[in-house]
Design a protein around this ligand. Structure first.
Ligand SMILES: [Mn+2]
Length: 432
């Protein structure tokens, strides 16, 4: 007997990759854990006949000779199949897009850093020219969209987008995808969101706008991550944290969300014993008071490693400067030689203006080129301090419609940061 299975708390990518594998291994039986996510439950209640499967308790584990493990690589995350762990001669194949180390000894491991596991299977289905039904395409696309946040999470690759296009070509139904991906936001969630907004504790730390709220919850509440996402969006802060306490504050679930590229929630949550992605993460803290949890988060944010990227790290220096007496003709030659579009102008060593290619438009006749730069330079100069962030620089450039900012420290120009410096930074091309 060949079985294909996946992790507990099955999500759409997990279910989709199991079902996609059955197209590649028609003799295999799909085995879906009993603990599945609520939206999977809703999906299967309608699609059970189209996607038949067995639960682990229905499987004769002794008869299993071959095992396919999808979207996971750890035994503890499988359900009811622990007996297979010690089985000799069991043929195991893993398909996964999570790169962390596993403990399942497989003969074949297809593990790649890609947006979703089902993307890897779409690659195989394409290769084998399999024909998909619209329902299959719909399920696979739902898995792909769920794990890539509709192709917006940073884990998304070009191949994920191509795979999505291929599934849409095969008539994946976007309205069904939407219906099942629509997260559960009910009365309970609304109530918690209101309480969070009411008790929002907003602060500014390390240049980030933060908000934190503590809410007492009773028992298990679904979709708290969604609530925190909405909370962050409504308060329009860089990062938001929800501390959800139960058992008189002895059990605290912390959920964080960040919209700032440089504030990594995943590593903050790691510091609390949890985990996550740069944009979202969570942790569970037992026997720590909510006060202490709040304190811990603030400490982690202020020690945030990635926030230490400052203007001084991305600016260009030494910076070419010119004196107020320099003629426009000479300026033109300097700009050409240096290949830059503007330079700061100094008067007695102090920043007096900035001259850029744009200013040459003010020149009407040939003789103007003999005039000193001070006649044409712009005098209202926007500068930036070396300790500010690349995001601050971008904001200033947009606000004042300038392409370069002299970096000034105690009255001295120590460098210059240009639009392309800021761009390079945001596109993650900072030289190592
Ligand atoms: Mn996945």
């Amino acid at each position: 007997m060949i079985i294909i299975t996946t992790h507990k708390n099955t999500d759409f990518d997990a279910l989709a990759s199991v079902m996609a594998m059955t197209l590649l291994e028609p003799a295999a039986v799909p085995v879906i854990p009993k603990s599945i996510n609520p939206n999977i439950k809703a999906f299967l209640s309608i699609h059970k006949d189209i996607f038949p499967y067995q639960t682990p308790d229905q499987v004769d584990v002794d008869a299993v000779e071959e095992l396919f493990v999808m979207d996971v690589n750890r035994w503890e995350r499988l359900e009811g199949l622990q007996a297979l762990r010690e089985r000799d001669g069991l043929q195991i194949t893993i398909w996964d897009h999570h790169m962390h180390a596993g403990n399942i000894d497989a003969q074949a491991i297809h593990q790649e850093e890609i947006g979703s596991t089902v993307t890897l299977l779409v690659r195989e289905l394409k290769k084998e020219r399999k024909v998909l039904t619209p329902m299959q395409a719909t399920l696979f696309l739902t898995g792909l969209y769920e794990d890539t946040g509709n192709l917006t999470f940073s884990c998304t690759t070009a191949e994920d987008a191509y795979a999505a296009a291929w599934l849409i070509e095969r008539k994946a139904d976007l309205s069904i995808v939407n219906t099942f991906l629509k997260p559960a936001y009910g009365e309970k969630q609304k109530d918690i969101l209101f309480k969070m907004i009411e008790s929002a504790n907003r602060t500014k730390l390390n240049g980030y706008k933060l908000s934190m709220s503590r809410v007492e919850i009773k028992g298990h509440v679904e979709s708290l991550a969604l609530v925190v996402r909405m909370y962050r969006e409504i308060l329009n802060v860089d990062a938001a944290f929800g501390i959800f306490s139960s058992n008189d504050g002895k059990r605290n679930i912390v959920i964080g969300r960040s919209n700032a590229a440089t504030l990594n929630i995943g590593s903050i949550m790691k510091g609390l014993g949890g985990g996550g992605h740069p944009g979202a993460g969570s942790a569970l803290l037992k026997s720590v008071s909510p006060d202490a949890v709040e304190e811990l988060i603030l400490n982690l944010v202020s020690g945030n490693q990635t926030s230490s990227i400052q203007i001084s790290d991305i600016m260009s220096f030494p910076v070419a400067t010119v004196d107020v007496g320099t003629t426009m003709q000479e300026i033109a030659a300097i700009l050409r030689d240096k290949g830059c579009t503007g330079v700061p102008v100094l008067d007695n060593g102090k920043l007096a203006g900035i001259i850029s290619r744009r200013d040459f438009r003010k020149i009407r006749k040939e003789s103007n080129l003999k005039a000193p730069v001070k006649a044409y330079m712009s005098r209202d100069i926007i500068t930036i301090a070396p300790g500010r962030s690349p995001m601050d620089a971008s904001r200033l450039m947009v606000k004042h419609d300038v392409g370069r900012l002299p970096v000034v420290e105690s009255g001295k120009v120590i460098g210059i940061v240009t639009r392309s410096d800021a761009m390079l930074y945001f596109y993650d091309q900072l030289p190592d």
